[in-house]
Design a protein around this ligand. Sequence first.
Ligand SMILES: [Ca+2]
Ligand SMILES: [Ca+2]
Ligand SMILES: [Ca+2]
Length: 284
Amino acid sequence: MKKTITAILAVLMIVSLLAVNLSAAQGDYKAASGTPIVDGVKDDLYIAADPVPMKVDNDGNPSKGATGTAYFLWDAKYLYAYVDVVDPVLTTKKADAIYQTDSVEVYVDFDGNVAAGKTAKVTDAGVNAGQWTAGLLYEGEWGGYGNHHTENKDKGTFKVKTTDKGYAVEYQIPFVKYTPAAAAKIGFTIAINDDANNDSTRDYQIFPAKGQGSAWSTVDGNWCLMTLSADKYTPPTTAAAAPAAAGAAAKPAAAAQTADITVITAIVSMAIASGAVLSLKKRK
Ligand SMILES: [Ca+2]
Ligand SMILES: [Ca+2]
Ligand SMILES: [Ca+2]
């Protein structure tokens, strides 16, 4: 009996600790299920994912430079991100370090540190976390830091495309040692580096939430959480097809109407002609 009570108390303590620590993470965003084409263009699959806004600096103040929105997808092997960056002044020359130029950083924790409220250095032995940096001018050349990036960068890819508001980056980050499953929670965050005056030196770094300026080296409760959802976008079928079909049917209908008018005209002409015959007969 005493053992049972001790066990129950221990479980309650763990549950309460977990509850406190879970609330320490900043936000819990849904990653949708699916495999996109990694080409820098937003696939419809991303519609089912929660948008992750990037609008604040490390102090939580509104961005004075770039802003952006990220969407995440996952399948058995990869985590994908489509990151839409609003940046009015794009860097045109490379720098000594990628992060000094316009670029995006995706940070991942595949060890459950954020969910458990633990702090860890991304370079400490056995810590499966790291930062994946993709630069506007550096396609095919990863930047990054931490064990997960260093060990696996050859297995990941990204594509960059300029847009009318700035640029977009699409990521394919390999899980490797991590086995994803529906409803699992991953620690993550994301940053935009903005060189605002094209001098190859970063002016702003923008995050989803404050206190994430140390995410490059340290996993902690300031990171966000992502839930790997089984939700998957499916394109609308009958509803969207109906207006197009109606539009297509409009022309034949118009043609039928034209045909009707032709017939009516013929009947009227015949009537007039016969009327003319009649009137001719009357005159006789
Ligand atoms: Ca795509
Ligand atoms: Ca810029
Ligand atoms: Ca600058």
